[in-house]
Design a protein around this ligand. Structure first.
Ligand SMILES: Nc1ncnc2c1ncn2[C@@H]1O[C@H](COP(=O)(O)OP(=O)(O)OP(=O)(O)O)[C@@H](O)[C@H]1O
Ligand SMILES: [Mg+2]
Length: 240
């Protein structure tokens, strides 16, 4: 299932009522099985783009098609179902359920995705072992280190063998060895399933693993016109 984005903009109003364009993607096709590394400065809209791809943020304008389905047109409940079934998302801020153990956090995502309770638990356990958390299965997120929480988030994103994996700085809190292990796991599962991967990173070591690297800046509707320049870029020019 190819993903096709057209004329996408996300705009917010700041407290003074001024409109800010935080994301502007004229045209982007992500073919099935593409392994795309997305880069861009802090605040350039990377997380916003992943949230749009996951159907968590509805864009101000434009379309986001998964095959024939424009997810911006789906009702919220349908979009939630679509996400649970098709998309695995490693959140930049983890978003773990604080009242559930590591194992339960991963298993419940499996249940939402349609696995039986037994299957979900077994697969959750297998993935948590793979990310080195075999001794922390019953730990609550609040008692885990940041890197451990990140690894629970990665296991959760993979539990349904999703057709699309979105990973937002998935190794930002990990040491180099752990980061390599986790990236290998991500790559392996994506390859096994023929899934599409969109991974955001600011780390050169991570970027080097990809042959397909895209800077968000390159996707703007009219990169050469001042009106569509990023705010950081404008600020730099003003400072000159
Ligand atoms: N709900 C919101 N209301 C207003 N502004 C927002 C909202 N969400 C995001 N923004 C703004 O949109 C811009 C893009 O944010 P985003 O989180 O997508 O950036 P990013 O590229 O992921 O940055 P980082 O590398 O720091 O994670 C930022 O300037 C942010 O302040
Ligand atoms: Mg971000």
């Amino acid at each position: 299932m190819a993903i096709r984005i057209r004329g996408l903009q996300v705009r917010y109003r700041d407290p003074r009522g001024r409109e800010l364009t935080v994301l502007d993607v004229a045209d982007l096709t992500i073919d099935e099985g593409r392994r795309l590394c997305l880069v861009g400065g802090s605040g350039s809209g990377k997380t916003t783009l992943l949230n749009v791809l996951a159907g968590i943020v509805t864009p101000t304008s434009g379309e986001v098609r998964y095959g024939e389905v424009d997810i911006t047109k789906l009702a919220e409940a349908e979009r939630d179902r679509f996400r649970a079934k098709n998309v695995g998302y490693v959140f930049q801020s983890f978003n773990l359920l604080q009242g559930l153990s590591a194992l339960e956090n991963v298993a419940i995502a499996g249940s939402f995705g349609g696995l039986s309770a037994r299957e979900a638990r077994a697969r959750a356990k297998g993935l948590l072992v793979r990310v080195g958390l075999e001794r922390r299965l019953d730990a609550l997120p609040g008692t885990l280190s940041v890197g451990e929480q990140q690894r629970v988030g990665i296991a959760r994103a993979l539990v349904n063998r999703p057709k699309v994996v979105l990973a937002d700085e998935p190794t930002a809190s990990l040491d180099e060895d752990r980061a390599d292990e986790v990236l290998e796991l991500l790559e392996e599962i994506v390859a096994e399933e023929g899934s599409t991967l969109v991974l955001v990173t600011h780390e050169a070591r991570v970027r080097e693993r990809f042959s397909d690297v895209l800077d968000l800046k390159a996707l703007k509707s009219s990169p050469s016109t001042p009106a569509s320049k990023g705010r950081a870029e404008e600020a730099r020019e003003e400072a000159r």
